[in-house]
Design a binder for this molecule. Sequence first.
Ligand SMILES: *[C@@H]1O[C@H](CO)[C@@H](O)[C@H](O)[C@H]1NC(C)=O
Length: 434
Amino acid sequence: MTLGVILFGYFVTFVSAEGVADVVLSCALLDEGGLSGMAGGALFTRTQATLVLRDVAVSSDQTEETLTPFIPPSVPDPDFILLEVKVSSPEIPNAEMLLHADCNEQEVMCEISRYFPRGSQETPGPAYFMVSISVEGEEFSTALILQTLPVEKNHSGGETLIQNKLGLPLSQSGSVLTEVAFLVFSGVKSVSGPLRSDVLLNCGFRQQEMPSTQEVVIEWRRQHRGQGQKVLEMKTRLDDAEGSTLVHTERPGSAMDVPLVASENNASMSLTKLRISDEGTYICTVSIGLFHAQQVIQLHITQPPHVSLSEQKLVLNTKTPQMLSCHCSKYYPLDAQMEWLSSSTGETEPTVLPHQGSLTSHRLHGDGTYSLTSHLPLPSSITAGTTITCRVSHAALSSPLSVSVLVEHPEPDSYWFFVGLLVITVLFFYQVMR
Ligand SMILES: *[C@@H]1O[C@H](CO)[C@@H](O)[C@H](O)[C@H]1NC(C)=O
């Protein structure tokens, strides 16, 4: 199923007791609206829905903050979509981030869709939802599978209301009661590293109590420019029993820590000696029992350029035109800006030269990195004492990199000194050899 991304603004929290809080999220319920089977998956209808995460564990300092209480509708409304989730077991890792997001007015992306576990009969039994939550600009992302709880009989003898859109029974507070059956989370949305470095792509999962003989399948795939390929696949059991683990690696240097999968439900994958060809979108899919859910992480390679000038020393020559070159080499990605500046003695801020040099085309190296050179014919207006700087900006550099050379006076005095020294040396050897 393709999930789009939708942004929703409002968002409230409600501290209910010491150390726990309720998080109320405004979500989009994606509904294929009977159009399933049509290509593209773009024909979802989106309906506003409210998700209440009950009893999210928070640190005590959080409870002091001013939080707006969530008020459920006074009369249950069968048109209102309210999903209530008990999140105490399993817990949502780092769910506190959702509280911080509220305080920092960050946007929370939340999407809900119906989920059909593999091999499950649709009726009777619980209904399932897949919920994706992430926080803008924060390293928080999770995919939850929610399972509906049976609704208690109405004591006042009235009819149990049925939610109009979902066709599910409502609790007395007008919500669809659920619990977390399974979740996959990642602490990061994107990772970057230089060439030949090692990275860890973070992915973890949590599930309700399950027999420890339960099989877990973890698959890491990489997608780039419309092409996908498997990187690593692992089958193991929650008890990591001897001989129960199978690992299949497509990329040499990709690995998972098998004992960590069983002991901490940690499905992170490490990649060693990064190459340009490792760049892409990584998808961690965890399958356990009837459920499977995934997380997506971007991997970027950022290799800073090495910058150098063609001349270490530049002596002004007014007779012949002079050329200075700036080499910016072995960087990635492609975009690099080169700029020539000059500053005279006493000037604090260098000024950008009106006539910038001519750039060569990008050269591509065997390891996928690029190089670029800029040739600057020295402007005739340049005087001795001027400093010429080549400034390079690149995504892999936190601030631009500069290399400079000072334009020097031609020095006739030292020239005659060397000629004199040479004459004396020749005369000396002439005397010795005689
Ligand atoms: C998995 O283990 C690694 C190494 O100990 C750690 O850095 C990472 O945060 C863990 N991830 C999860 C999801 O538990």
